[in-house]
Ligand binder design. Structure first.
Ligand code: PMP
Length: 363
């Protein structure tokens, strides 16, 4: 536990948030910004809420250096809906889109896009257990592909791009759900960026979607209303009742980030935390890290124990020591520590201390 009786939360999402933000949220529940209306009870059509959503959008734009001509949306349906919605808006029947497959989430994105057009897997590491991401030159993009899609960080397998993947000049669409604001991203080099909020951005139930002028120009006609990006652009993400609570929390998380050094500091902290953990994983072959070294994620660190029969005991003893959320995803097994933006260095130090003791007792 940390000093506040809270578990060291290494869960993959929803994930730990800054305690200051949790307290602000708690204070706003009975009375939001002295409006007299509680946070869960205020109309999305009120001036008070309009200010909340406008400030959240501006803060997102500043933190991620989003060019003025790009649109920012707060939608519902999770990143999973964006697997379909991106393709539905910018791809037509018979047109091509190329997908880099680095894990379960990119496979799902490909599956949904295949409902719309000719979506193709142009690179996959599946037979090798999704241990790495591709290097430029290891895949061919079709000449007439409309866009290239990639997943910047693979939450399940713990791999991550440390470069902007080449799209041979084609528009680039990225699912940045599990590393947005936690690593460098040049939004201006992408045409759609989407991310479920529940890791680095705030609570579940909000999806951040960023659209370039090109993406906006591609939006087709006759798209069902709720799936049409144009509808949400025109209505400022309030065509229907938005997730007011989620937008408020996301805004406070971004405000916290701005007060605490912005993305630059978050990136520095995340590097420091992941370096600490990988150092321990490389110290002894008692641990078996999953990802190839050059593709290691700074957000989700995955490993097995050399003796896999000890994994259950590891998880139980870790939990008893106040270290939670460490169970690997069911498709991978083993251990996964998610080190998102608001997981403290102290939590990682505690984890490494526990690991050393565990090895001494069981190694
Ligand atoms: N993409 C990635 C990279 C993810 O990690 C997740 C969730 N863990 C998703 C998509 C799915 O997100 P959601 O649950 O918001 O639909």
């Amino acid at each position: 536990m940390d000093g506040n009786g809270r578990i060291h939360n290494f869960g993959a999402g929803p994930a730990g948030l800054p305690l200051e933000v949790i307290r602000e949220v708690s204070d706003s529940l009975p009375n939001l910004n002295e409006s007299g209306f509680g946070l869960l009870e205020i109309s999305h059509r009120s001036e008070v809420f309009q200010k909340v959503i406008d400030e959240a959008r501006e803060s997102v734009r500043r933190v991620l250096s989003i060019p003025e001509e790009y649109k920012i949306l707060f939608l519902q349906g999770g990143a999973s809906l964006q697997f379909y919605m991106t393709a539905l808006n910018i791809l037509r029947e018979g047109e091509k889109a190329d997908y880099l497959i680095t894990g379960g989430w990119s496979k799902k994105a490909l599956k949904e896009a295949s409902r719309i057009g000719d979506a193709k897997n142009i690179w996959s590491d599946e037979t090798n257990g999704f241990r790495k991401v591709p290097k430029d030159g290891e895949y061919d993009i079709r000449d007439d592909a409309v866009y290239v899609h990639y997943t910047s960080n693979n939450t399940l397998y713990g791999t991550q791009y440390h470069h902007l993947p080449s799209s041979s000049g084609k528009p680039l669409v990225v699912d940045a759900s599990s590393d947005i604001t936690g690593v460098e991203i040049d939004v201006s080099k992408h045409d759609i960026v989407y991310a479920g909020a529940q890791k680095n951005l705030g609570p579940s139930g909000i999806t951040l979607v960023i659209l370039s002028p090109w993406a906006i120009s591609r939006i087709g006609n006759d798209i069902p209303t709720m799936l049409d990006y144009n509808v949400h652009i025109e209505k400022g993400s309030m065509f229907n009742t938005p997730n007011t609570f989620g937008i408020f929390v996301l805004g406070r998380v971004f405000a916290w980030l701005e007060k605490n050094g912005g993305m630059k500091e978050a990136i520095r902290r995340n590097k420091e935390k992941s370096d600490l953990l990988y150092k321990e994983l490389d110290r002894t072959d008692f641990w078996q890290p999953h990802a190839a070294i050059e593709s290691r994620s700074k957000m989700n660190v995955t490993w097995r124990l050399n003796d896999t029969s000890l994994e259950e005991i590891f998880l139980k003893e870790a939990f008893d020591c106040g270290l939670g959320g460490l169970k690997g995803h069911r498709s991978v097994g083993g251990i996964r520590a998610s080190l998102y933006n608001y997981i403290s260095k102290e939590s990682v130090i505690e984890l490494v201390r526990f690991m050393k003791k565990f090895e001494e007792a069981h190694g």
